[in-house]
Design a protein around this ligand. Structure first.
Ligand code: COA
Ligand code: AMP
Length: 642
């Protein structure tokens, strides 16, 4: 809120950023003091190893020790570590740090007995239940690498991740719960195991009462029974120190093709970056309640439901519900009041959903929000209307911040803990220490302020950011480092203003952002093209007032197809849901006679998007037949779009 922000001179940001610029190694060495290392680093940054260098080379550390055991030893045993609030099941649970330590140590014992050791991968396919956190932390305890797959992905997507990560064990729940339906995960897991060339040795299945799963003999184990047996036998596992450069997790994210990218997160740098961000960026003190209403399947969930708050000795809120409909648009305010959360981190789309149902926030009444200090937004561009609305109804600062799965923590933010800078709606504010953000033209030259270009980060990336893609150094180089030598290409377009504020306006590639979820249009096109009646296709993201963008597929049917186009369109919608998952939110397939292309055959997706969004557009001079654009407009108008 403008009234609470300070002048640049009052914020410590300029001096802190300058300190980082002057001596990055000294800056991160100091930040590293927040972490309990088993062995300190030989070098804060080793430019010779890895693709662009590695952070905290030579150090040894355990993430679970830092997130859990250290706090129990330090007197936080009785403090709540997790407050689980699940309106979809009518359940609440308080888990203290001591209880968390016990649960995680036992579960790690179970994993160890299943053969999981340092460096092995474990895939988790879990809804927002405490056991998902226990599972991640149990892997970290053993030095194993977890890879969490979001529950809204279909069997084929899960299979692609199992195939790439080659896990020894998969941990899954029998079901997830969406408003109005129970999503049985187990049949999806079974199908994924069938589709994948790689087969896990074992699957540990958490039976939820809402839908119990049949267990496959020889492969599946009952989670609760296994933990009970480990407890009975006293088979806890202790923390195994790993190299700071060892991966803590691999998290798959959409690339421009259907093949997801396995973003590697190294252990030491990540812990340091998160530990720095909690007080300085989020302005949170140990012992406070911090709520990130994302999902453990996304990077935001990894960093700010699990590791960030726990590292910092906070209480993290684990919310299994939606912003609206579970049961109403007052859910956020109820949870803030009941848990005493001082901060909430969510996506703008969630606020738009609340605003649509309860524009005057009448459902906030009766909830005590006096402890609530800041609202954080990320995942998609925070549109100024939504930010202004949130400021008005909450009366606290609303902080937009920008990051990516690849970076693991915010690239640009308004650092609350250092003193808020003046808020400019539409901008996630300024680069965080560690990030030298520049806007480049196509030739890789920095452009003047206010001019649009591709946003790039000068190498090296700071601690916490991906050192590479899982077992694919070359793909990492090609995807991120090759376009602009010496820089990491964010694939986001935007500009800097004269005060150095960053504006992030959209992607430069084929990725779209639907309800704060990152999706590949290329991946959807691969699915549409696999339909026997489809000759060619193009998927674009069209503007959506709730979800930001919604995917829209244009298909040209094969000549001589005798079937009704609307029947095929329905099949295509079902096919994307089946192959990618409900999270793709693919609801519109439009049959057209031809796709607009340049004379060299490139589909004019940008112009199609402008037509669909009702924006002014011009006929590109290179188009082979301008009339096709009129046809696209007609097809959209027939569906109430454009
Ligand atoms: N497991 C299974 N299915 C899931 C799922 C999960 N974990 N998460 C979402 N889905 C399903 C939904 O049920 C929906 O299915 P439907 O097509 O049958 O309705 C579909 O995937 C699309 O979900 P979503 O895009 O989330 O839309 P929605 O209409 O269910 O909800 C919002 C809209 C705005 C309330 C919701 O998107 C939201 O809360 N978004 C916030 C996103 C967020 O926090 N992102 C993290 C980045 S910070
Ligand atoms: P993900 O990897 O799923 O976190 O998605 C990252 C992408 O989401 C970024 O590359 C941006 O395109 C978009 N994004 C995330 N946060 C913001 C933000 N605050 N403003 C604008 N775009 C954002």
């Amino acid at each position: 809120m403008a009234g609470k922000s300070r002048s640049p001179e009052e914020s410590r940001y300029p001096e802190v950023y300058a300190a980082w610029t002057a001596d990055p190694a000294a800056f991160w060495a100091e930040a590293a003091q927040a972490i309990a290392w088993a062995k300190p680093a030989d070098r804060v940054f080793d430019p010779q190893s890895g693709v662009f260098g590695r952070w905290f080379a030579g150090a040894e550390v355990n993430a679970c020790h830092n997130a859990v055991d250290r706090h129990v030893a330090g007197g936080r045993g009785d403090q709540a570590a997790i407050l689980y609030d699940s309106p979809v099941t009518g359940t609440k649970r308080r888990i203290s740090y001591a209880e968390l330590q016990d649960e995680v140590a036992m579960l790690a014992g179970v994993l160890r007995d299943l053969g999981v050791a340092r460096g092995d991968r474990v895939v988790l396919y879990m809804p927002m239940v405490p056991e998902a956190l226990f599972g991640m932390l149990a892997c970290a305890r053993l030095g194993a690498v977890h890879s969490v797959v979001f529950g809204g992905f279909a069997a084929k997507e899960l299979a692609a991740r199992i195939e790439d990560a080659t896990p020894k064990v998969v941990m899954a729940a029998s079901c997830g719960i969406e408003p109005g339906r129970t999503v049985a995960y187990k049949p999806l897991l079974d199908e994924a195991c069938r589709l994948s060339q790689h087969k896990p040795d074992a699957c540990l299945i958490l039976q939820r009462p809402q839908a119990r799963a049949d267990l496959v003999e020889g492969r599946d184990r009952d989670w609760a029974a296994a933990v009970a047996a480990a407890r009975e036998a006293g088979r806890r596992a202790e923390c195994v120190p790993v190299a700071a450069t060892d991966p803590l997790y691999v998290l798959y994210t959409s690339g421009t093709t259907g093949k997801p990218k396995g973003v590697v997160r190294d252990t030491g740098g990540y812990l340091v970056a998160l530990a720095w961000s909690m007080p300085n960026l989020y302005g949170i003190r140990p012992g406070e309640v911090y709520w990130c209403a994302s999902d453990v399947g996304w990077v935001v969930g990894h960093s700010y439901i699990v590791y960030g708050p726990l590292l910092h000795g906070c209480t993290t809120v684990l919310y299994e519900g939606k912003p609206v409909g579970t049961p109403d648009a007052g859910a956020f305010w109820r949870v803030i009041a009941e848990t005493g959360a001082v901060a909430l981190f969510t996506a703008p789309t969630a606020l738009r959903a609340v605003k649509k149902e309860d524009p005057e926030a009448a459902l906030m009444r009766g909830h005590d929000l006096s402890r609530f200090r800041t609202l954080f937004l990320a995942g998609e561009r925070a549109d100024p209307d939504t930010v202004a609305w949130a400021e008005r109804i909450l009366g606290v600062p609303v902080v937009d911040h920008w990051w990516q799965t690849e970076t693991g923590w915010p690239i640009a933010a308004n650092p609350v803990g250092l003193g808020l800078l003046p808020v400019k709606h539409g901008s996630p504010t300024v680069p965080m220490p560690g990030y030298d953000v520049q806007v480049l033209d196509e030739g890789g030259k920095p452009v003047p302020a206010e001019q649009m270009g591709t946003i790039a980060i000068k190498l090296p990336l700071p601690p916490g950011c991906l050192p590479t893609l899982w077992q694919q150094d070359e793909r990492f180089r090609e995807s991120y480092l090759a376009t602009f030598p010496g820089y990491y290409n964010t694939s986001d377009a935007g500009f800097l203003d004269p005060d150095g504020y960053v504006y992030v306006m959209g992607r430069t590639d084929d990725i779209i952002n639907v309800a704060g979820h990152r999706l590949s249009t290329g991946g959807m096109e691969e699915v549409l093209a696999s339909h026997p009646a489809v000759a060619e296709c193009a998927v674009i993201g069209v503007r959506d007032s709730l979800k930001g963008e919604a995917p829209c597929g244009f298909v040209v049917l094969k000549a001589g197809s005798a079937r009704a186009p609307d029947e095929i369109e329905r099949e295509l919608v079902a096919l994307v849901r089946e192959r990618i998952g409900p999270v793709a939110a693919f609801k519109i397939a439009l049959t057209v006679g031809r796709l607009p292309k340049t004379r060299s055959g490139k589909i004019l997706r940008g112009t199609m998007k402008k037509i669909a969004d009702g924006e002014p557009w011009t006929t590109p001079p290179t188009i082979d037949d301008p009339l096709i654009l009129e046809e696209i407009g007609e097809a959209l108008r027939a569906r109430g779009l454009g």
